[in-house]
Design a protein around this ligand. Sequence first.
Ligand SMILES: CC(C)(COP(=O)(O)OP(=O)(O)OC[C@H]1O[C@@H](n2cnc3c(N)ncnc32)[C@H](O)[C@@H]1OP(=O)(O)O)[C@@H](O)C(=O)NCCC(=O)NCCS
Length: 325
Amino acid sequence: MKTPARGVRPTGGLPGRRRALIRLCRPADRASIERLGHPPHVADILCPRPARRLAWRLLGTRAVPVLAEEEGTGAVVGSVQFVRSRRSPDTWMFGHWRVAAARRREGIGRRMLVEGMRLLPPQVARLYSYVDWDNDASIAAHERLGFESGRTLWGKAPLGVLTTVGPATPALRLEPVGPRDWPVLFTIYTRAMGSLWLRLFPELDPRNFLGGTLGGLRAGVVAVARGQSGAAWSTLAPRAGTGTPDRSVAGFVLWEGEAVTVFADPAACDHGFLARAALQVMARGARRDLEIGLRGLPRSLAARPGPIGLQVLMGMPDVMTRWQG
Ligand SMILES: CC(C)(COP(=O)(O)OP(=O)(O)OC[C@H]1O[C@@H](n2cnc3c(N)ncnc32)[C@H](O)[C@@H]1OP(=O)(O)O)[C@@H](O)C(=O)NCCC(=O)NCCS
């Protein structure tokens, strides 16, 4: 495989093809965005109505939708949306990256990212997106543009079916945690999210990693998942307050309102762990059809994903030197 290309490539496009102009999205572009293949709810996000724009403003959400428009015809041939992270204003995510099928592999996707970045505040330093695990074309395009892929996978699955993906025994214990468990939780978090995530969010530390302020969570309840001691569950997480290894902490569960996310130590995570964690979450009253988030899935799970929708993190922690240097 070739080395990922760096820098901005000439923007002329292929001979005989109309050149595309990269510009901000306008409310009047809604119908063209649907014609590009986005469903109406995505068109709503790319071309937000005034009420949604106001809600975003009140919540502090900064979103910048960008289009590729064919010169001459005015046809919309590509879209992408950049969203500023709440954790770190210098880190932005992008989504809804799409180029019309007939215009792919001409450099339009690249131009929307590279030139779109120039429409964002100048201090944007880090960029990432999530890609469906089986979207080989998108993963290849990200890699060619210089993105790195995360070591662990993200997932989501309805609780009920997740309980069936592995054996229910030996049971997992879920215990409430307090501030003194924070170092163990942070260790699990760093393993679950992986080093690429930590480079995208260099400010993360044991006091703020779950979105909380010093010493606590802003929202949510956390419980630690303890498995039977033994190889399948062991982790090297230090036991809170002692510095000695706690071999039984395999992950933790975070409740934020209705939303539930399981953070697993990838070394301890398999189908059995996920099934048992799901059983414990349901035992605490969560609905069978609730779709929960999964973090820290080892890549080996992708060989038999079953009902789990898998995604890979693609990140660029050094946008300035790659695209603006
Ligand atoms: C992903 C997508 C937006 C890329 O847009 P594009 O305009 O085709 O991408 P570009 O032509 O700018 O290509 C950028 C780089 O990726 C490479 N690339 C693009 N598609 C590729 C593919 N299918 N396989 C291998 N490499 C690919 C290009 O060769 C180029 O690298 P190079 O300049 O070093 O040769 C486009 O394929 C698409 O719309 N896919 C469907 C929607 C989708 O899956 N979106 C992503 C969701 S995360």
